[in-house]
Design a protein around this ligand. Structure first.
Ligand code: PLP
Length: 415
């Protein structure tokens, strides 16, 4: 059957050896999974999740007890006062956009301390001019780059002492950059520093791809507000779309009133049949994240063994589910992505090619044969066509399917 999937004989042999070596890493992943499963289960019990919460509302969505209870469960998991978990967010970028527009006013300053934010935010912030950007409303933007994959504590401190910064954004996952992702310990350290100098500065976290990778979320270590996509980690591969924002009651109210209507906020927003999937997705999320992590470390070790540069290494401590393979070669990047596509359950016959995707500056190749369009908690691999030609691979609803995808992709670059 492996022959039928056109997996190379040598790849099968190598995978057996490598999998053996990975057992201690897998055990650690399982332990984190167990911890986060307990966290989810306790939250479900605390708010007495019941069949009634699977019911839906339409139209305005008044009195949607399922939706309201899901938001309490999320707040509990993130140790925040409140949350907004909505299908009306069409993506993670949309939730980040709504949050930034909710928190910032003309003449306020947004400061990113993890370098340039995710590509899709370029036009939101105004780094790339757009008539609807924050900049077009008079919001100022500044950026401090990471140094040696850590915060530039000195520059951050000096800048905060200079004048008031309204919002500091920390993007934990690397996006399409070449830096490392930011672990929770570093987030904790920098938030302490920020709060010491400027307690009223809002610390906002782009938490995409990082949920349930460790045992602590950024709002447990002092961040004011965190944002993420439901077609990534917390949707567990089951949520059909949506995003979440968690934070204090005051900040969530601002975000809700920007998403819906000032004066109506969280009270409106029909769940239209999604509640059951959001709950089941959250229930599955710890183990789906664990499968994604196992797929990532498997790929990391296999490709390192074959002489490719990888980041992180298989035994590095991880902050997110993303695995980078630095190909230094456009053809290999394309071939690898095409291999991932060919091993997908859906659209396996499609051959992905680089294209000019809306919201991105360079051409991007994206492999995703997913049940949910654009879902990257399902095994997916993408990368901008620019040196050093890095593949960003993430997801894997089960480790078994993830492993097959990686084996197929490796066979594809061997040809
Ligand atoms: C995926 C991602 C986003 C949002 O992406 P969408 O595709 O719009 O959901 C934002 N920031 C980071 C770091 C991401 O990985």
């Amino acid at each position: 059957m492996l022959d039928e999937l056109k997996i190379d004989e040598s790849v099968i042999k190598l995978s057996k050896d490598m999998e053996h070596k990975l057992q201690p890493v897998f055990k650690e992943i399982d332990e984190v999974c167990e911890y986060n499963s307990l966290k989810v289960l306790n939250a479900f019990h605390k708010y007495q999740i019941a069949e009634v919460h699977f019911n839906m509302t339409t139209g305005y969505g008044y009195g949607d007890i399922g939706r309201d209870t899901i938001e309490r469960v999320y707040a509990d998991i993130f140790h925040t006062e409140d949350s907004l978990v909505r299908g009306q967010f069409i993506s993670g970028s949309h939730a980040l956009t709504v949050t930034l527009f909710a928190l910032l006013r003309p003449n306020d300053t947004l400061l990113s301390i993890t370098g340039k934010p995710y590509d899709t935010l370029d036009e939101v912030i105004g780094i790339v001019p757009n008539d609807s950007s924050l900049q077009s409303f008079g919001v100022k933007y500044e950026q401090i780059d990471l140094i040696n994959d850590d915060f530039d504590y000195e520059r951050i401190e000096n800048r905060l002492k200079e004048s008031f910064i309204k919002v500091i954004e920390i993007q934990r996952s690397k996006g399409y950059s070449t830096r490392k992702s930011v672990g929770i310990d570093k987030v904790e350290k920098v938030v302490k520093l920020i709060k010491k100098i400027s307690p009223n500065t809002i610390v906002m976290i782009d938490n995409c791809y990082c949920e349930f990778v460790g045992t602590k979320e950024p709002t447990e270590v002092g961040a004011d507000i965190a944002v993420g996509s439901l077609i990534k980690n917390l949707g567990g591969g089951i949520a059909p779309n949506g995003a979440y924002v968690v934070g204090s009651e005051k900040l969530i109210k601002l975000v809700a009133e920007r998403l819906t209507v000032p004066g109506e906020g969280k009270e409106v927003g029909p769940s239209m049949g999604m509640n059951r999937q959001l709950l089941q997705g959250l229930f599955m999320a710890p183990s789906v994240v664990a499968s994604s992590l196992k797929t990532a470390v498997f790929a990391s070790l296999m490709l390192e063994e074959l002489g490719y540069e990888v980041e992180p290494k298989y035994n590095d401590k991880r902050a997110d589910i993303v695995q980078n393979i630095i190909f230094n070669n456009p053809q290999k990047l394309i071939k690898y992505c095409q291999g991932i596509q060919a091993a997908s359950p859906v659209d396996s016959n499609a051959l992905p090619e680089p294209w000019d995707m809306p919201g991105y500056t360079d051409q991007v190749i994206m492999a995703a044969g997913a049940f949910t369009q654009g879902s990257s908690i399902e095994l997916s691999c993408d990368g901008p066509l620019r040196p050093p030609y890095i593949a960003y691979m993430q997801g894997g609803l089960t480790y078994e399917y993830g492993k097959l995808g990686v084996m197929k992709a490796i066979s594809n670059i061997k040809d």
